[in-house]
Design a protein around this ligand. Structure first.
Ligand code: ZN
Length: 235
């Protein structure tokens, strides 16, 4: 457990945008565009050609802005079977390969309430199934977040610093996750995904406007952003 995270009730305190966003926006960006997970990038910059190839291959599997799956409310998992084990196994691998700190099933087009995360580059992968937010601290903090599904975007998101989540693991056993800091932030980011909520929905009006512009037109310089040290956590 680490850091300084934060959350809000997945369905409280903010609202989904009413406007249609998929219509005029591109469905997918080139996977090779920008995604650098800062947390991991710090520890393992993707300059190793093999790592870089794996990262790009993983990113190509992750749905990006405009894909309806990202706006879908995922359903609880009811069967804890071999299929689920394969699914979480794949998610864990993709998350690591993409240098992400978290991944929600909806980002792969799977509408199950499943998320994976790791609290740091060397931390074990945690699988969380059917998460229910049981507690979120009143104390909040703002930190920059990136998203594997929103290439090139970083948003300042205010979230509760501490959360407690009841869930199942991939075998169906009950689990209780008490997290703070980055870990709490990533969990909340992924739980948002399971409700079809993206970080742009939590942005200020100005940041949201700029983010939508970047998603529409691409960053002013893709290649520059590739090497830029990004503070945000991609999840
Ligand atoms: Zn995300």
């Amino acid at each position: 457990m680490s850091g300084t995270g934060a959350v809000t009730e997945p369905d409280g305190g903010f609202s989904l945008p009413a406007e249609k966003e998929s219509a005029e926006l591109e469905t997918r960006h080139d996977a090779d565009a920008t995604e650098v997970d800062s947390t991991d990038a710090d520890a393992t910059p993707p300059h190793d050609p093999e790592l870089e190839a794996r990262r790009r291959a993983a990113l190509a599997r992750i749905r990006t802005f405009g894909d309806p799956a990202l706006r879908t409310t995922a359903r609880d998992v009811e069967r804890f079977d071999e299929t689920l084990l394969e699914e979480v196994h794949r998610m864990g691998h993709l998350m690591v390969d993409a240098l992400g700190v978290g991944l929600a099933a909806t980002q792969l087009g799977l509408i199950h309430r499943v998320l994976t995360y790791r609290a740091g580059p060397d931390a074990p992968i945690v699988v969380v199934v059917n998460p229910k937010l049981e507690y979120a601290s009143e104390e909040q903090e703002i930190a920059e977040e990136g998203c594997l599904s929103l290439p090139g975007i970083a948003i300042d998101v205010e979230r509760p610093i501490h959360v407690r989540v009841r869930a199942r693991n991939e075998l169906g056993a009950n689990m209780l996750v008490e997290a703070s800091g980055l870990e709490a932030r990533v969990i909340q980011h992924e739980m948002d995904h399971l409700d079809g909520v993206l970080i742009i929905d939590r942005a200020t009006k100005e940041q949201r406007k700029e983010a939508l512009r970047i998603l529409r037109e691409g960053p002013s310089d893709w290649s520059a952003s590739e090497d830029e040290p990004v503070e945000a956590t991609r999840a």
